[in-house]
Design a protein around this ligand. Structure first.
Ligand SMILES: Nc1ncnc2c1ncn2[C@@H]1O[C@H](COP(=O)(O)OP(=O)(O)O)[C@@H](O)[C@H]1O
Ligand SMILES: [Mg+2]
Length: 289
């Protein structure tokens, strides 16, 4: 009986896996403050509401990080996992939206200098988590510093958030270039955030594709745009996800559209892998560094 139940569970797990390969999406931007964390946190909630099992890895040490936006106070972070203090599942924080959060804490910095025991702990922890999720969103700090490059570069897709500020565009282009040339990322989903209107947003995207397409082997895809909306700030202050607190606000409606484009029309090809692949790339790169 037990064997049969185990067998059935395995089959179902396998079916789930074949229907929905785990997607690992690195949220990135050229400069800080464009809205990465807000986009990540809210896309996570929307995906969870659609029945996806979502993990957000919070690599942002900034002020308004994912934990703040969800109003949670996680007790553990990746650093504790690496030290062997907690198990993979215990390191995850639960939110009322159903999204799980893995705070990176100081663990992200440690990834570049793990000893063998820590490496083993990490790989087996991630194996354990692999089947628990459909989508992993990586929210990192700004820019293309070493850890961010490792982090997003190891994901299969990058979601690039740009804002209408002129420097945002040049920084975004530099980010595409580095991620593409140095880290081998090929797919870039672009969200124009804090735009005044659709024409402005499309214009920014057009400029980005023009430069990216001319020089690089990168596929840049329009995911959508999110208007500048005061409710975003209000939700941050309330420490509640915007899409829950203001379900009919302009930004929420736009984010729903972005989520549809992102989750219902995945990019044409996927790299094999999943979480284990992500971390093995991280570790390989950190060894080589
Ligand atoms: N669509 C938007 N409309 C208005 N304000 C926004 C919007 N998106 C983000 N913000 C504001 O911009 C600031 C930075 O957002 P955040 O998500 O923390 O950026 P990042 O993670 O890229 O540094 C926050 O204070 C947030 O309230
Ligand atoms: Mg952030």
């Amino acid at each position: 009986m037990d064997n049969q139940a185990d067998g059935l569970r395995e089959v179902m797990k396998e079916q789930r896996r074949s229907k929905r390969p785990l997607r690992i999406i690195g949220i990135t931007s050229g400069k800080g403050g464009v809205g990465k964390t807000n986009v990540a946190a809210n896309l996570g909630v929307i995906a969870a509401k659609q029945g996806m099992r979502v993990l957000i890895i919070d690599g942002d040490m900034g002020l308004a990080n994912v934990e703040i936006l969800y109003g949670i106070r996680p007790r553990h972070h990746l650093g504790h996992l690496l030290q062997g203090d907690v198990s993979a599942r215990d390191v995850l924080a639960t939110t009322t939206s159903g999204v799980k959060v893995l705070p990176a804490g100081n663990g992200l910095q440690q990834l570049t200098r793990l000893d063998d025991a820590q490496r083993l702990r990490l790989v087996s922890a991630l194996e354990e988590l692999e089947d628990d999720f459909d989508v992993v969103l990586l929210d990192s700090g700004a820019g293309i510093g070493d850890n961010v490059l490792f982090f997003v570069g190891a994901a299969q897709e990058a979601l690039l958030v740009v804002s209408p500020e002129p420097t945002s565009l040049t920084d975004a282009y530099a980010t595409i270039k580095v991620l593409c040339q140095d880290a081998g990322v090929r797919y870039f989903d672009v969200v124009v955030n804090q735009a005044g209107n659709e024409t402005q947003a499309r214009d920014i995207f057009q400029k980005l594709t023009a430069v990216a397409g001319r020089f690089l082997d990168a596929k840049v895809r329009w995911l959508g745009w999110v208007p500048r909306d005061e409710n975003v700030h209000r939700a941050v202050m309330a420490q509640r996800p915007l899409v829950e607190l203001f379900p009919s606000s302009p930004a929420t409606r736009a984010l729903n559209g972005v989520a549809d484009a992102l989750f219902n029309e995945p990019p044409p090809a996927h790299l094999a892998g999943g979480l284990k692949f992500l971390w093995s790339r991280l570790l390989r790169d950190s060894n080589a560094a």
